[in-house]
Ligand binder design. Structure first.
Ligand code: GDP
Ligand code: IMO
Ligand code: MG
Length: 423
Protein backbone atom coordinates (compact mmCIF):
# COMPACT_ATOMS: atom_id res chain seq x y z
CA UNK A 1 0.00 0.00 0.00
CA UNK A 2 1.04 3.59 -0.58
CA UNK A 3 0.53 6.69 1.53
CA UNK A 4 -1.61 9.47 0.04
CA UNK A 5 -0.59 12.99 0.98
CA UNK A 6 -2.95 15.94 1.30
CA UNK A 7 -1.33 19.33 1.51
CA UNK A 8 -1.95 23.05 1.09
CA UNK A 9 -0.66 24.71 -2.09
CA UNK A 10 -0.79 28.31 -0.86
CA UNK A 11 0.15 29.98 2.44
CA UNK A 12 -1.85 27.69 4.71
CA UNK A 13 -5.50 27.71 5.84
CA UNK A 14 -6.71 26.28 2.53
CA UNK A 15 -9.23 24.06 4.33
CA UNK A 16 -7.08 20.97 4.95
CA UNK A 17 -8.91 20.06 8.17
CA UNK A 18 -12.30 20.09 6.47
CA UNK A 19 -11.18 17.86 3.60
CA UNK A 20 -9.17 15.41 5.71
CA UNK A 21 -12.23 14.96 7.93
CA UNK A 22 -14.37 14.47 4.79
CA UNK A 23 -12.00 11.89 3.26
CA UNK A 24 -11.10 10.15 6.53
CA UNK A 25 -13.67 7.30 6.24
CA UNK A 26 -11.71 6.06 3.21
CA UNK A 27 -8.59 5.64 5.32
CA UNK A 28 -7.44 3.55 8.28
CA UNK A 29 -4.76 5.97 9.46
CA UNK A 30 -4.56 9.79 9.37
CA UNK A 31 -1.04 11.03 10.03
CA UNK A 32 0.50 14.45 10.68
CA UNK A 33 4.09 14.68 9.40
CA UNK A 34 5.33 18.22 10.14
CA UNK A 35 4.48 21.49 11.83
CA UNK A 36 2.94 21.66 15.25
CA UNK A 37 0.55 23.90 17.14
CA UNK A 38 1.09 26.70 14.60
CA UNK A 39 -1.55 24.81 12.57
CA UNK A 40 -5.26 25.39 13.07
CA UNK A 41 -7.46 22.93 11.17
CA UNK A 42 -11.20 23.60 11.30
CA UNK A 43 -13.80 20.83 11.07
CA UNK A 44 -17.55 21.49 10.81
CA UNK A 45 -20.33 18.90 10.86
CA UNK A 46 -23.62 18.18 12.68
CA UNK A 47 -23.62 21.69 14.18
CA UNK A 48 -20.14 21.15 15.65
CA UNK A 49 -17.29 23.52 14.77
CA UNK A 50 -13.95 22.38 16.13
CA UNK A 51 -10.36 23.51 15.59
CA UNK A 52 -7.51 20.98 15.84
CA UNK A 53 -3.89 22.07 16.16
CA UNK A 54 -1.78 18.95 16.57
CA UNK A 55 -4.24 16.07 16.60
CA UNK A 56 -4.87 14.71 13.08
CA UNK A 57 -8.25 15.52 11.54
CA UNK A 58 -9.43 11.89 11.52
CA UNK A 59 -10.10 11.99 15.25
CA UNK A 60 -13.89 12.51 14.90
CA UNK A 61 -14.33 9.40 12.74
CA UNK A 62 -14.75 5.89 14.13
CA UNK A 63 -12.12 3.19 13.82
CA UNK A 64 -9.39 5.46 12.52
CA UNK A 65 -5.90 5.57 13.94
CA UNK A 66 -4.55 9.11 14.29
CA UNK A 67 -0.79 9.34 14.24
CA UNK A 68 1.60 12.19 15.07
CA UNK A 69 4.85 11.56 13.18
CA UNK A 70 8.49 12.27 13.97
CA UNK A 71 8.53 15.34 11.71
CA UNK A 72 6.16 17.21 14.02
CA UNK A 73 7.19 19.50 16.89
CA UNK A 74 4.77 18.79 19.69
CA UNK A 75 3.63 21.01 22.56
CA UNK A 76 2.39 18.62 25.23
CA UNK A 77 0.56 21.36 27.14
CA UNK A 78 -1.48 22.24 24.06
CA UNK A 79 -1.90 18.54 23.20
CA UNK A 80 -3.34 17.81 26.63
CA UNK A 81 -5.85 20.67 26.23
CA UNK A 82 -6.74 19.42 22.75
CA UNK A 83 -7.33 15.92 24.05
CA UNK A 84 -9.45 17.15 26.96
CA UNK A 85 -11.52 19.33 24.62
CA UNK A 86 -12.53 16.12 22.79
CA UNK A 87 -13.94 14.45 25.90
CA UNK A 88 -17.21 16.41 25.58
CA UNK A 89 -17.85 14.65 22.27
CA UNK A 90 -17.35 11.28 24.02
CA UNK A 91 -14.12 10.75 22.12
CA UNK A 92 -11.33 8.84 23.84
CA UNK A 93 -8.09 9.71 22.03
CA UNK A 94 -6.20 7.39 24.40
CA UNK A 95 -7.58 4.54 22.27
CA UNK A 96 -6.70 5.81 18.80
CA UNK A 97 -4.01 8.49 19.09
CA UNK A 98 -0.46 7.29 18.41
CA UNK A 99 2.63 9.45 18.82
CA UNK A 100 6.10 8.71 17.47
CA UNK A 101 8.74 8.58 20.18
CA UNK A 102 10.96 10.52 17.77
CA UNK A 103 8.65 13.56 17.70
CA UNK A 104 10.47 16.64 19.00
CA UNK A 105 9.12 18.42 22.08
CA UNK A 106 8.32 22.12 22.32
CA UNK A 107 9.35 23.32 25.78
CA UNK A 108 7.81 26.42 27.40
CA UNK A 109 11.13 28.19 26.81
CA UNK A 110 10.87 27.52 23.05
CA UNK A 111 7.68 29.59 23.06
CA UNK A 112 9.41 32.39 24.97
CA UNK A 113 12.38 32.32 22.59
CA UNK A 114 10.00 32.57 19.61
CA UNK A 115 8.56 35.75 21.12
CA UNK A 116 12.01 37.11 21.99
CA UNK A 117 13.38 36.53 18.46
CA UNK A 118 10.33 38.12 16.84
CA UNK A 119 10.66 41.16 19.13
CA UNK A 120 14.31 41.45 18.15
CA UNK A 121 13.41 41.46 14.44
CA UNK A 122 11.15 44.50 14.95
CA UNK A 123 9.53 45.56 11.68
CA UNK A 124 11.24 42.67 9.88
CA UNK A 125 9.38 40.10 11.96
CA UNK A 126 8.09 36.94 10.29
CA UNK A 127 4.70 37.12 11.96
CA UNK A 128 5.24 33.77 13.69
CA UNK A 129 2.34 32.21 15.55
CA UNK A 130 4.64 32.36 18.64
CA UNK A 131 4.09 28.67 19.38
CA UNK A 132 7.82 27.93 19.62
CA UNK A 133 8.03 26.24 16.22
CA UNK A 134 11.25 27.87 14.94
CA UNK A 135 13.23 27.45 18.19
CA UNK A 136 12.11 23.80 18.59
CA UNK A 137 13.19 22.89 15.04
CA UNK A 138 16.41 24.83 15.64
CA UNK A 139 17.23 22.59 18.63
CA UNK A 140 16.34 19.48 16.58
CA UNK A 141 18.86 20.43 13.91
CA UNK A 142 21.40 21.50 16.54
CA UNK A 143 21.03 17.97 17.97
CA UNK A 144 20.14 19.19 21.45
CA UNK A 145 16.34 18.77 21.30
CA UNK A 146 14.26 16.47 23.49
CA UNK A 147 11.87 13.95 22.01
CA UNK A 148 8.62 12.36 23.11
CA UNK A 149 10.40 9.08 23.89
CA UNK A 150 12.59 10.95 26.37
CA UNK A 151 9.65 11.58 28.70
CA UNK A 152 9.86 7.89 29.64
CA UNK A 153 13.45 8.24 30.87
CA UNK A 154 14.00 8.49 34.63
CA UNK A 155 16.24 11.53 34.16
CA UNK A 156 13.83 13.39 31.84
CA UNK A 157 13.36 16.31 34.24
CA UNK A 158 17.11 16.72 34.61
CA UNK A 159 17.56 16.76 30.79
CA UNK A 160 14.73 19.21 30.45
CA UNK A 161 16.08 21.58 33.07
CA UNK A 162 19.49 21.50 31.37
CA UNK A 163 18.02 22.55 28.01
CA UNK A 164 15.70 25.04 29.68
CA UNK A 165 18.68 26.64 31.44
CA UNK A 166 20.38 27.13 28.05
CA UNK A 167 17.25 28.86 26.81
CA UNK A 168 16.94 30.98 29.95
CA UNK A 169 20.52 32.21 29.51
CA UNK A 170 19.64 33.19 25.96
CA UNK A 171 16.45 34.95 27.05
CA UNK A 172 18.38 36.84 29.71
CA UNK A 173 21.02 37.90 27.21
CA UNK A 174 18.21 39.26 25.04
CA UNK A 175 16.79 41.09 28.08
CA UNK A 176 13.46 39.33 27.54
CA UNK A 177 11.25 39.29 30.64
CA UNK A 178 9.48 36.09 31.60
CA UNK A 179 8.17 34.02 34.48
CA UNK A 180 8.53 30.28 34.06
CA UNK A 181 7.07 28.99 37.33
CA UNK A 182 3.53 28.35 36.15
CA UNK A 183 4.64 27.38 32.62
CA UNK A 184 6.95 24.66 33.96
CA UNK A 185 4.29 23.30 36.28
CA UNK A 186 1.75 22.87 33.47
CA UNK A 187 4.46 21.38 31.26
CA UNK A 188 5.41 18.65 33.76
CA UNK A 189 1.70 17.99 34.48
CA UNK A 190 1.16 17.51 30.73
CA UNK A 191 4.18 15.20 30.52
CA UNK A 192 2.68 12.96 33.25
CA UNK A 193 -0.68 13.01 31.41
CA UNK A 194 0.76 12.05 27.98
CA UNK A 195 2.93 9.23 29.37
CA UNK A 196 -0.18 7.04 29.42
CA UNK A 197 -0.78 7.50 25.68
CA UNK A 198 0.43 5.23 22.86
CA UNK A 199 4.03 6.32 22.32
CA UNK A 200 5.33 4.20 19.48
CA UNK A 201 8.33 3.44 17.30
CA UNK A 202 6.70 5.36 14.49
CA UNK A 203 8.47 4.01 11.40
CA UNK A 204 7.62 0.43 12.45
CA UNK A 205 4.07 1.50 13.28
CA UNK A 206 3.42 2.97 9.81
CA UNK A 207 5.29 0.16 8.07
CA UNK A 208 3.22 -2.52 9.83
CA UNK A 209 0.00 -0.65 8.93
CA UNK A 210 1.02 -0.69 5.26
CA UNK A 211 2.03 -4.36 5.48
CA UNK A 212 -1.47 -5.11 6.77
CA UNK A 213 -2.83 -3.30 3.68
CA UNK A 214 -4.19 -0.44 5.77
CA UNK A 215 -4.74 2.88 3.97
CA UNK A 216 -2.89 5.93 5.21
CA UNK A 217 -3.39 9.62 4.46
CA UNK A 218 -0.75 12.14 5.49
CA UNK A 219 -2.24 15.50 6.54
CA UNK A 220 -0.02 18.45 5.75
CA UNK A 221 0.09 21.57 7.86
CA UNK A 222 0.79 25.14 6.69
CA UNK A 223 1.19 25.45 2.92
CA UNK A 224 3.75 24.92 0.18
CA UNK A 225 4.62 28.63 -0.01
CA UNK A 226 5.58 28.50 3.69
CA UNK A 227 8.01 25.58 3.13
CA UNK A 228 11.42 26.20 4.73
CA UNK A 229 13.21 25.53 1.42
CA UNK A 230 10.68 26.51 -1.24
CA UNK A 231 8.59 29.22 0.43
CA UNK A 232 9.35 32.93 0.43
CA UNK A 233 12.37 32.57 2.74
CA UNK A 234 12.74 33.90 5.42
CA UNK A 235 8.96 34.50 5.62
CA UNK A 236 8.28 30.80 6.03
CA UNK A 237 7.76 28.22 8.73
CA UNK A 238 10.58 25.93 9.86
CA UNK A 239 9.57 22.62 8.28
CA UNK A 240 9.20 21.02 4.86
CA UNK A 241 5.49 21.40 4.21
CA UNK A 242 5.78 19.84 0.74
CA UNK A 243 5.19 16.21 -0.28
CA UNK A 244 8.79 15.13 0.28
CA UNK A 245 8.36 16.19 3.92
CA UNK A 246 5.82 13.40 4.35
CA UNK A 247 8.47 10.74 3.64
CA UNK A 248 10.87 12.14 6.22
CA UNK A 249 8.18 13.15 8.71
CA UNK A 250 6.66 9.66 8.80
CA UNK A 251 9.69 7.51 8.07
CA UNK A 252 8.46 6.02 4.80
CA UNK A 253 10.35 5.47 1.56
CA UNK A 254 9.68 8.22 -1.05
CA UNK A 255 8.54 5.45 -3.42
CA UNK A 256 5.69 4.72 -1.00
CA UNK A 257 4.01 8.07 -1.65
CA UNK A 258 0.83 7.52 -3.64
CA UNK A 259 -1.54 10.30 -4.59
CA UNK A 260 -0.63 13.87 -3.73
CA UNK A 261 -3.83 15.85 -3.20
CA UNK A 262 -3.20 19.57 -3.54
CA UNK A 263 -5.72 21.87 -1.96
CA UNK A 264 -6.19 25.55 -2.74
CA UNK A 265 -8.70 28.30 -2.07
CA UNK A 266 -10.46 29.82 -5.09
CA UNK A 267 -8.58 32.99 -4.06
CA UNK A 268 -5.55 33.54 -1.78
CA UNK A 269 -4.90 34.40 1.84
CA UNK A 270 -1.79 34.82 3.94
CA UNK A 271 -1.22 35.46 7.66
CA UNK A 272 2.01 37.05 8.81
CA UNK A 273 4.64 38.92 6.81
CA UNK A 274 6.10 38.23 3.36
CA UNK A 275 5.39 38.81 -0.31
CA UNK A 276 1.87 38.42 -1.67
CA UNK A 277 1.76 39.64 -5.31
CA UNK A 278 -2.04 39.50 -5.71
CA UNK A 279 -2.88 40.99 -2.31
CA UNK A 280 -5.88 43.34 -2.30
CA UNK A 281 -5.21 46.23 0.04
CA UNK A 282 -8.53 47.92 -0.74
CA UNK A 283 -12.19 47.34 0.07
CA UNK A 284 -12.22 44.27 -2.22
CA UNK A 285 -9.70 42.61 0.10
CA UNK A 286 -11.85 43.54 3.07
CA UNK A 287 -14.87 42.08 1.30
CA UNK A 288 -13.05 38.78 0.72
CA UNK A 289 -12.03 38.74 4.39
CA UNK A 290 -15.60 39.37 5.50
CA UNK A 291 -17.25 36.89 3.09
CA UNK A 292 -14.65 34.18 3.79
CA UNK A 293 -14.40 34.83 7.56
CA UNK A 294 -10.68 35.07 7.03
CA UNK A 295 -9.34 35.22 10.56
CA UNK A 296 -6.61 32.86 11.81
CA UNK A 297 -7.85 29.61 13.41
CA UNK A 298 -4.82 29.62 15.74
CA UNK A 299 -4.12 33.28 16.47
CA UNK A 300 -7.35 35.05 15.44
CA UNK A 301 -5.29 37.49 13.32
CA UNK A 302 -7.02 38.92 10.22
CA UNK A 303 -5.75 37.12 7.12
CA UNK A 304 -4.43 39.16 4.19
CA UNK A 305 -6.62 38.44 1.13
CA UNK A 306 -6.10 38.57 -2.62
CA UNK A 307 -6.82 36.96 -5.96
CA UNK A 308 -5.75 33.50 -7.07
CA UNK A 309 -2.12 33.39 -8.19
CA UNK A 310 -1.52 30.84 -10.96
CA UNK A 311 2.30 31.16 -11.19
CA UNK A 312 2.48 30.40 -7.45
CA UNK A 313 -0.02 27.56 -7.77
CA UNK A 314 1.86 26.02 -10.73
CA UNK A 315 5.07 26.20 -8.74
CA UNK A 316 3.45 24.42 -5.77
CA UNK A 317 2.02 21.74 -8.09
CA UNK A 318 5.47 21.24 -9.62
CA UNK A 319 7.42 20.78 -6.38
CA UNK A 320 4.78 18.51 -4.86
CA UNK A 321 3.94 16.35 -7.86
CA UNK A 322 0.23 17.00 -7.28
CA UNK A 323 -2.01 14.37 -8.89
CA UNK A 324 -5.43 15.74 -7.90
CA UNK A 325 -6.60 19.23 -7.02
CA UNK A 326 -9.33 20.26 -4.59
CA UNK A 327 -10.67 23.82 -4.80
CA UNK A 328 -12.06 25.34 -1.61
CA UNK A 329 -14.34 28.23 -0.70
CA UNK A 330 -16.03 28.59 -4.12
CA UNK A 331 -19.05 30.02 -2.25
CA UNK A 332 -17.05 33.00 -1.02
CA UNK A 333 -16.52 34.33 -4.55
CA UNK A 334 -20.26 34.41 -5.27
CA UNK A 335 -20.29 37.58 -3.17
CA UNK A 336 -17.93 39.40 -5.54
CA UNK A 337 -18.93 41.44 -8.61
CA UNK A 338 -15.98 40.30 -10.73
CA UNK A 339 -13.24 37.77 -10.08
CA UNK A 340 -9.59 38.16 -11.09
CA UNK A 341 -6.91 35.53 -11.57
CA UNK A 342 -3.22 36.28 -11.91
CA UNK A 343 -1.70 34.50 -14.93
CA UNK A 344 1.83 35.97 -14.91
CA UNK A 345 4.03 38.56 -13.19
CA UNK A 346 5.39 41.79 -14.65
CA UNK A 347 8.79 42.46 -13.09
CA UNK A 348 10.29 45.93 -12.45
CA UNK A 349 12.39 45.64 -15.65
CA UNK A 350 9.17 45.26 -17.68
CA UNK A 351 9.65 41.55 -18.42
CA UNK A 352 6.78 39.11 -18.03
CA UNK A 353 7.30 35.76 -16.32
CA UNK A 354 5.30 32.82 -15.05
CA UNK A 355 8.08 31.90 -12.61
CA UNK A 356 8.51 33.07 -9.03
CA UNK A 357 11.64 35.24 -9.05
CA UNK A 358 14.35 34.57 -6.44
CA UNK A 359 14.28 38.29 -5.53
CA UNK A 360 10.52 38.23 -4.81
CA UNK A 361 10.99 39.70 -1.31
CA UNK A 362 12.78 42.77 -2.61
CA UNK A 363 10.86 43.67 -5.76
CA UNK A 364 7.49 45.08 -6.64
CA UNK A 365 5.70 42.57 -8.84
CA UNK A 366 2.76 43.61 -10.97
CA UNK A 367 0.36 40.69 -11.33
CA UNK A 368 -1.12 40.33 -14.83
CA UNK A 369 -4.80 39.51 -14.38
CA UNK A 370 -7.66 38.08 -16.34
CA UNK A 371 -11.24 38.70 -15.29
CA UNK A 372 -14.12 36.29 -14.74
CA UNK A 373 -17.79 36.86 -14.06
CA UNK A 374 -18.96 35.82 -10.64
CA UNK A 375 -21.71 33.33 -9.90
CA UNK A 376 -24.86 33.41 -7.82
CA UNK A 377 -25.13 31.79 -4.38
CA UNK A 378 -24.44 28.08 -4.61
CA UNK A 379 -26.85 26.57 -2.12
CA UNK A 380 -26.67 23.02 -0.85
CA UNK A 381 -26.25 20.95 -4.00
CA UNK A 382 -23.57 18.28 -4.10
CA UNK A 383 -24.07 17.58 -7.79
CA UNK A 384 -21.40 19.12 -9.99
CA UNK A 385 -23.66 19.77 -12.98
CA UNK A 386 -25.99 21.77 -10.70
CA UNK A 387 -23.28 24.25 -9.74
CA UNK A 388 -23.63 27.71 -11.32
CA UNK A 389 -22.39 27.80 -14.91
CA UNK A 390 -19.84 30.55 -14.29
CA UNK A 391 -18.31 28.56 -11.44
CA UNK A 392 -17.96 25.53 -13.72
CA UNK A 393 -16.33 27.78 -16.35
CA UNK A 394 -13.88 28.98 -13.66
CA UNK A 395 -13.06 25.36 -12.77
CA UNK A 396 -12.59 24.42 -16.46
CA UNK A 397 -10.27 27.36 -17.00
CA UNK A 398 -8.14 26.55 -13.93
CA UNK A 399 -7.96 22.90 -14.83
CA UNK A 400 -6.70 23.66 -18.33
CA UNK A 401 -4.16 26.18 -16.99
CA UNK A 402 -2.91 23.91 -14.20
CA UNK A 403 -3.04 20.64 -16.16
CA UNK A 404 -4.18 18.65 -13.13
CA UNK A 405 -7.79 17.48 -12.59
CA UNK A 406 -9.85 19.40 -10.03
CA UNK A 407 -11.77 16.64 -8.29
CA UNK A 408 -13.43 18.35 -5.33
CA UNK A 409 -15.13 21.72 -5.14
CA UNK A 410 -15.89 22.87 -1.61
CA UNK A 411 -18.89 25.16 -1.33
CA UNK A 412 -19.10 25.83 2.42
CA UNK A 413 -17.39 25.04 5.72
CA UNK A 414 -19.58 22.05 6.58
CA UNK A 415 -18.65 18.47 5.66
CA UNK A 416 -21.89 18.39 3.63
CA UNK A 417 -20.85 21.30 1.40
CA UNK A 418 -18.51 19.19 -0.68
CA UNK A 419 -19.00 18.50 -4.38
CA UNK A 420 -17.23 15.58 -6.03
CA UNK A 421 -16.52 16.15 -9.69
CA UNK A 422 -16.82 12.43 -10.52
CA UNK A 423 -18.62 10.73 -7.64
P1 GDP B 1 -6.67 24.60 7.35
O1 GDP B 1 -5.64 25.18 8.25
O2 GDP B 1 -6.15 24.37 5.97
O3 GDP B 1 -7.33 23.37 7.92
O4 GDP B 1 -7.81 25.71 7.21
P2 GDP B 1 -8.42 26.60 8.40
O5 GDP B 1 -9.33 25.77 9.21
O6 GDP B 1 -7.36 27.35 9.11
O7 GDP B 1 -9.20 27.69 7.56
C1 GDP B 1 -10.18 27.36 6.63
C2 GDP B 1 -11.47 28.06 7.04
O8 GDP B 1 -12.39 28.03 5.98
C3 GDP B 1 -12.18 27.38 8.21
O9 GDP B 1 -12.87 28.35 8.94
C4 GDP B 1 -13.14 26.44 7.52
O10 GDP B 1 -14.27 26.12 8.31
C5 GDP B 1 -13.54 27.27 6.33
N1 GDP B 1 -13.90 26.53 5.12
C6 GDP B 1 -13.38 25.38 4.62
N2 GDP B 1 -13.91 25.11 3.41
C7 GDP B 1 -14.78 26.10 3.15
C8 GDP B 1 -15.63 26.40 2.03
O11 GDP B 1 -15.67 25.71 1.03
N3 GDP B 1 -16.40 27.54 2.12
C9 GDP B 1 -16.36 28.37 3.22
N4 GDP B 1 -17.13 29.44 3.21
N5 GDP B 1 -15.58 28.11 4.27
C10 GDP B 1 -14.78 27.01 4.22
P1 IMO C 1 -2.39 25.71 8.93
O1 IMO C 1 -1.90 24.28 9.09
C1 IMO C 1 -1.37 29.83 7.96
C2 IMO C 1 2.60 31.25 9.19
C3 IMO C 1 2.67 32.30 10.28
C4 IMO C 1 3.93 33.01 9.88
C5 IMO C 1 4.83 31.89 9.37
C6 IMO C 1 5.80 31.34 10.42
O2 IMO C 1 -3.52 26.08 9.79
O3 IMO C 1 -2.57 26.02 7.48
P2 IMO C 1 5.55 29.85 12.61
O4 IMO C 1 4.66 29.95 13.80
O5 IMO C 1 5.39 28.56 11.86
O6 IMO C 1 6.98 30.13 12.94
O7 IMO C 1 5.08 31.02 11.62
O8 IMO C 1 3.95 30.85 8.98
N1 IMO C 1 1.85 30.03 9.56
C7 IMO C 1 0.63 29.72 9.08
N2 IMO C 1 -0.19 30.43 8.28
N3 IMO C 1 -1.71 28.60 8.38
C8 IMO C 1 -0.89 27.86 9.17
O9 IMO C 1 -1.13 26.57 9.49
C9 IMO C 1 0.33 28.45 9.60
N4 IMO C 1 1.34 28.04 10.39
C10 IMO C 1 2.27 29.00 10.35
O10 IMO C 1 1.54 33.13 10.23
O11 IMO C 1 3.69 33.86 8.79
MG1 MG D 1 -5.38 26.83 9.52
Amino acid sequence: MKVDVLLGLQWGDEGKGKIVDYLAPKYDVVARFQGGPNAGHTLEFDGIKHVLHQIPSGIFRNNIKNYIGNGVVLDLVILRKEIEALFKYNLKPIDNLYISKKTQLILPTHRLLDAAYEKLKGKHKIGSTLKGIGPAYQDKVARIGLRVGDILRTDFEERCEKLSKKHEDLLNSLEFEYDLTELKKEFYDAVAFIKKYKLVDGEYFISSQLDQRKTVIAEGAQGSLLDIDFGNYPFVTSSNTTAAGAAIGLGIAPSLIGHVFGIFKAYCTRVGSGPFPTELLDELGEKLRAEGHEYGATTGRPRRCGWLDLPALKYAIMINGVSKLFMMKADVLSGMDKINVCTSYKLPDGSITEKIPYEINDMKIEPQMIEFDSWPEIGDTTVYSELPENLRKYVDYLESALKVPIEIISTGPDRKNTVLRNP
